[in-house]
Design a protein around this ligand. Structure first.
Ligand code: ADP
Ligand code: ASP
Ligand code: MG
Length: 407
């Protein structure tokens, strides 16, 4: 008998019918002899609806109150699932974050879990109950309600699994597992049987929203095996596990895209020490995360500095940068929100040369202009015009995955 944690995403609990279906799956696991803890997301579309309501009242809503509002979506689905399990004849008990005590820091909207007190959950399991925990929410040390960032129920689930030393954290979703690229935009995408934590972290960071990045980081840190699978059938999905030697043989495991960034260019910045700090200091102080940065020195002693920020923050970033541009006498500021970042990810890149060159050739053949490049040991990313994102993903998938990535 094992302790398992199951997480059901928004689509999986998107209607009363689907919640009843989830109740059946949970009960089947319990009847197979397991202790079961279920973590649930809000019903599909609910978090967006709540975000929209807050925005109708204020363009920049108070962050504390916004989290109180957003967390309500998970309260509803948690209660409905507990009701459905009870109705189907098994005992279930729901817990909100403050009742378990999932404690986070104070960063509203992107809080990080600091600790989980699992005493009440363990007691309920010992009493033979199925435990249903609200995903996405936490409380800070002063009991303010916090949320963990979009897609955060994945992180709640892996953190609960780590706290309970669960055998596995099953992430039930609307696809059969982690695919070589988003199946919604590339019909040739195929399911991966296994992927390493490290690759999954890169894929999630580069835009594969099937798992929240933080959930994979926690899985890796606490060695929680994560099984991503469909809530609509019983087929095995994708195991996110520790890397082993056989994984090196695959050059590229996944192709990802991200349309949630915007590009900002400071034109003709005087080329002298300390300027980068002067530019990026205020941006960091405003809690804006800068992703890629490139700097081109030109011959007249000035340089163009281009960087990307989350699209949600680009207006705030532009206002700051325009201010800075005046102080440092840069010529101007250009902003382009219509960009996409397309990346290839694979641990095999560590041991193979020429992967980036091949990526650039493929994009050139498609007539796609590369605006920025960044690399790490196991990924290459390029920024391109948003309109060319889909053809780029398909061409890279074809060359690196369908044709096995021969260099
Ligand atoms: P949930 O509501 O269950 O958390 P999400 O919408 O957060 O589901 O994540 C599942 C979705 O992630 C899929 O429907 C798919 O469109 C998208 N996705 C993006 N990249 C990938 C990928 N590489 N593999 C699988 N799904 C992906
Ligand atoms: N309901 C939250 C969201 O839509 C959390 C989640 O689904 O994981 O982002
Ligand atoms: Mg999700």
């Amino acid at each position: 008998m094992a302790l398992i944690v199951q997480k059901y995403g928004g689509t999986s609990v998107g209607s009363v019918e689907r919640i009843k279906n989830v109740a059946k799956k949970v009960i089947a696991a319990k009847q197979a002899g397991h202790d079961v803890v279920v973590v649930v997301s809000a019903m599909a579309g609910e978090t967006n609806r709540l975000v929209g309501l807050a925005q109708q009242i204020s363009e920049l809503p108070d962050e504390r109150e916004r989290d109180v509002l957003l967390a309500s979506g998970e309260q509803v689905s948690t209660a409905l699932l507990a009701l459905a399990i009870n109705e189907a004849g098994q005992r279930a008990r729901s817990f909100l974050a403050h009742q378990v005590r999932i404690e986070t820091d104070k960063a509203y909207g992107k809080a990080r879990i600091k600790s989980i007190d699992s005493t009440r959950v363990r007691k309920a399991l010992k009493d033979g109950e199925i435990v249903v925990v609200a995903g996405f929410q936490g409380v800070d040390e002063e009991d303010n309600i916090t949320t963990l960032g979009r897609g955060g129920s994945d992180t709640s689930a892996v953190a609960v699994a780590a706290a309970l030393s669960a055998e596995v954290c099953e992430i039930y979703t609307d696809v059969e597992g982690v695919f070589t690229t988003d199946p919604d935009i590339c019909a040739a995408a195929r399911k991966l049987d296994r992927v390493s934590y490290e690759e999954m972290i890169e894929m999630a960071s580069m835009g594969a929203k099937v798992l929240q990045i933080r959930s994979v980081e926690l899985g890796m840190k606490f060695k929680v095996p994560i099984h991503v699978r469909s809530s609509f059938n019983d087929a095995p999905g994708t195991w996110v596990v520790e890397e082993d030697e056989s994984m090196d043989e695959v050059l590229v495991s996944g192709v990802t895209y991200d349309k949630d960034e915007a590009k900002i260019t400071l034109v003709s910045v005087p080329d002298r020490p300390g300027l980068a700090a002067q530019i990026f200091g205020p941006i960091a102080d405003a809690s804006i995360v800068v992703d890629m940065i490139i700097q081109n020195a030109s011959e007249d002693g000035t340089t163009d500095l281009t960087f990307t920020v989350p699209k949600a923050d680009y207006k705030k970033a532009r206002a700051l940068v325009e201010q800075i541009a005046k102080t440092i006498r840069a010529k101007g500021v250009n902003v382009d929100p219509d960009i996409a970042k397309v990346s290839i990810v694979g641990v095999g890149m560590r041991t193979h040369a020429g992967v980036a060159a091949k990526m650039f050739q493929i994009l050139a053949r498609e007539g796609i202009n590369i605006e920025m490049i960044s690399t790490s040991e196991i990924k290459v990313s390029v920024v391109i015009d948003a309109k060319q994102m889909e053809p780029a993903v398909r061409a890279l998938h074809k060359a690196f995955i369908e044709q096995q990535g021969k260099l």
